[in-house]
Structures are given as structure tokens and as C-alpha cells.
Design a protein around this ligand. Sequence first.
Ligand code: SF4
Ligand code: SF4
Length: 363
Amino acid sequence: MTPQQTSERPPMKEVFGIQVPTAAYYLHQGHAWVALEETGLVRVGLDDFSQKILGTADSLKLPAVGRTYYQDKVCLALFKEGRKASFEAPVDGVIEAVNPKVRQQPNLVHDDPYGEGWLFLIKPTDLESNLENLSSGEANVTWIDEEAHRLLKFMETKGGVILPDGGAVVDNLYGHYPDIGWRPLIKEFFAKNLTTTVLEEGSIKDLWQDVYNTGNLQYCFNCSTCVSGCPASHGNPPLLVRNLARKVILGLEEELLMDDTPWACVSCSRCEEMCPMNVMPFELILSIRQWQCRNDETLIPPAIVEIYKRGYTQAVGVNLELRKSLGLAPLPTITNNQEQLGLFQEMLMKTQIVSDNDYMFKG
Ligand code: SF4
Ligand code: SF4
């Protein structure tokens, strides 16, 4: 279907300089808005509170058309200066269309959050019950006022920043006060249901179960032998299997979700051969990757972008001397052969993950 631009704007009130719709728009606790269309579809965007805090995004990861999402589960992300802010779906449903304009002009989400900056249309599957969890009308104003006060408190606690009560929130608040911390900010206000819980043996947490079923993670004593033989430990950032093992043992779920390094593994199995405790670190890496994909719909393995651009991912520099001694070129052949690289990129563009996110793969 062809998404139509909405020209209507809801009536607004201003709270701390933040525009708040007082009719027609429902607000979700993760700061997405919902507007019911005459067609039975639901239009979704992000509210002005989120945009005042985060400022203009560099790019967006929109949900895939045809895919089903559920209320309170992560469905989209904004990227800004290498940082990612995940947002939750405000209702259950199937994505019917995304706004093509915001892909080309992500600034629209910030500049016109309730109009041209809308994000997607979803066909709801449990609307009546989902709406009960959203605020609407004058309750939107009350809620944003509470959120603004929570924000003042948060800034004081996390960054020692004391702002006057009642003034306007400065645009791109995080950009002005980065000491408050990106991840805590996102977790506190936007991806509220990404919980940090301890993964315990016997719990229903699927990562823990995967790991326990395959190796002996509980016997890992942090010796670092796996790191010493791992070619990806020379990457940037380095893949440190030992650290990943600790994160799983300590149950640092949020840290694990944000950690890109498992995607730098080149599947050489050296760590598996070297580990004195038969932890099976390579299996651990695979389990973490699968678990990340299951838990974050917006995840795009960073290695894929690198492979697309260069034809290889990782740690070639470490073996420069070895390559030289064998008479090989400093970089893999494909990197120096534009024709081959072009064919390779063409092939990658036919895969689902790349075609769904084509805006990230421009060469
Ligand atoms: S996984 Fe094995 S090699 Fe790596 S730190 Fe743990 S015990 Fe040592
Ligand atoms: S299998 Fe992966 S984690 Fe293990 S040594 Fe090889 S690259 Fe490193």
C-alpha cells in the first residue's frame, strides 16, 4: 500500500517547552505515539519529549513490512553519532507500511514528530486491550509533566546537573549534557522493558539454557587463554571471550544486548581448542549472537556492514607479516578487485537482512 502523508496536526499544549497532543493521539510509556486511522490502521511516531532529549537522528532502523510486533517489545531504533536508541512498539500488530520520507530525511522525526515525521502504519491485532495501556487527552499532559520531572531528577542524580523547575527543556538535551550517560537515559525513558536481570541456572532465560546445554560456562575461571589465541581479539573493539563469559555469568543482560563484539568472531575454533575448562567458548559466542537476534528486532550485526563495504571483516592487519612471507597481498584479493567486490555486494543485496536495511549499505 502507498502510505499517505497526514496533514492534520493534533491540538497541542506545551509542557517544559515540549509539545504534547491533547486529542486524537495516544502516548505509549516508551514515548511512541499512536493515531487511529479511518482505514482501521494505526499510525505510529515518536513524541516530542523523545526528540527534545535525543536531538536529530543520523539514521533510523524501521520495522520490516509484513512482520508482527508486540506492545512493549523493541521494534525500531534511532542512530546518532554511533549510538543507538531503541524504542518499543506501542501496540501489537503487523507492519503495513513505513514512511519512506524519514529514511531519506531522518531529521523529519525531530522537526515534525507528529506530522511528516511519522514512522509506520500497523494493522493492530489487539487494539482495544493495547489502548488501555496508553494515555490520551489531558492525561497526556499530566504524564509528560511527570516524565519531565523524572528527567530533572535523573539529570541531577546521573550527571549532577541541576536545571530550574519550570523552564523549557533544551533541544538535544543529551548533546548538551553527555555525562548523564546514553544507555541509562535510553533505558530510563525509552526502552523501559529491556530489563537487566540476573540469569540464573534453571530460570527460563533462553540464553542461560543454551549456554548450559552446550558447555561448562560455570567452570570458566577467567584465565584469558581463549583471548590469547583469538584473532578477533586484535580487532577494534577487541573480541574478549573471557569478558563475554563474565557478562553471561553475572547476568548483565543489557550489556550483552549492546555488545557488538561477538559478531567479530571468525569461527576459527582456536578458543575451543585452548580452553582448559572445556567451556566451549565458540559455542558461547554463537549462543550470544542467536540470543541477541531473538531479543532485539533492530539488531543489524555490524560485521555485515563491514563485509559489504570491504569484502572481509576482521583482523587482517594482524597477519600482515605472515601474508607477506607467503607472498600474499596485504589485503584479501576481493578488496583490491572492484569488479569482484561489486559482484559480492550484488549478491549480498539479495539477502533479506541487507534488502530490509538497504539504506545502510550504500557502498
Ligand atoms: S572460556 Fe576457558 S579459556 Fe576463556 S577465560 Fe574461561 S576458562 Fe579461560
Ligand atoms: S572461534 Fe571466534 S572467539 Fe574463538 S578464537 Fe576463533 S575468532 Fe576467537
